[in-house]
Design a protein around this ligand. Sequence first.
Ligand SMILES: Nc1nc2c(ncn2[C@@H]2O[C@H](COP(=O)(O)OP(=O)(O)O)[C@@H](O)[C@H]2O)c(=O)[nH]1
Ligand SMILES: [Mg+2]
Length: 305
Amino acid sequence: MSFRREKYVPKGGPDGGKGGDGGDLLVEAVTDLAALRYFRHRKHFEAENGQRGLQKNKSGEAGKDLVLRVPMGTVVTDTATGETFELVGAGDRWLMANGGKGGQGNTHFKSSTNTTPRQFERGGLGQKRTLKLELQLLADVGLIGLPNAGKSSLLNALTRAKAPVANYPFTTLEPNLGVADGRVLADIPGLIEGAARGKGLGHAFLRHVRRTKLLVHCLSVEADDLERDYRIVRGELEAFDKRLVEKQELVVLTKVDLVSPKEVEAKLAILKKLAKDPVPSSIEKPELLKALMKRLMTEVSKLSQ
Ligand SMILES: Nc1nc2c(ncn2[C@@H]2O[C@H](COP(=O)(O)OP(=O)(O)O)[C@@H](O)[C@H]2O)c(=O)[nH]1
Ligand SMILES: [Mg+2]
């Protein structure tokens, strides 16, 4: 509430402006798959308040919206209503909570019968919500294969992931993730790799390949018996869940820089008997990586339709 104060005018008219609206709170999906780390310690988030209405009938400034950035694949659940919001692709946005509306200043209440209104409106309260953020991996491509096949290296080479790489059979229980061309690639610890580590893996594994469209089966040129290795992994998949072997599979011959072109051809010939169009690859050969990437994207696009 405010009245004009001017020289020589004993009592000016009302000039209290409208209060600014409060900012809204939104969630937006980003490609940084580790973005949920920001929510580990901070639990309360508020968009900016609107500014007070001003004299001279000036409106207060609106509060800034707050955009919470979450990894693509995050499912937001309203814990009170159970309503869910899926953020599938980067850039997807949902309005989660409306900011309060700014209140009218006393100018608004001026009329011929009420020339000096003392009324004004209080600003509305913003919406409050309790939300649960959960990352449900939406890997488009899952890298599978025996330990040491070069899965993690390939993931790192194709994306900006930093999956641990070792020259001995080695695994982490959680899959490593990376994004390439807006597609999520997951280096999935093999069932065999995890079997020795006991329980827990099965569940994590299934959860992560649930939405996978394409399985990239990595086989190293170092393998003594490619056919045997191929069948071991296929067997494990099938034993785990029959639906997994029905997924589209792309066979990749890895580490081809380690052997002669002649040997690469011989090994590809073996793989051709097992799968359609096996692809040679090496993290040392950018041209092969490029071709592989192209092939991956073509296959995934086909499967997305
Ligand atoms: N020369 C060569 N070595 C590779 C290549 N890819 C992976 N490696 C090596 O193979 C070993 C196993 O790789 P890693 O990615 O950890 O295999 P994973 O167990 O299937 O994840 C590591 O020593 C890597 O450095 C490649 O294209 N060329
Ligand atoms: Mg690995």
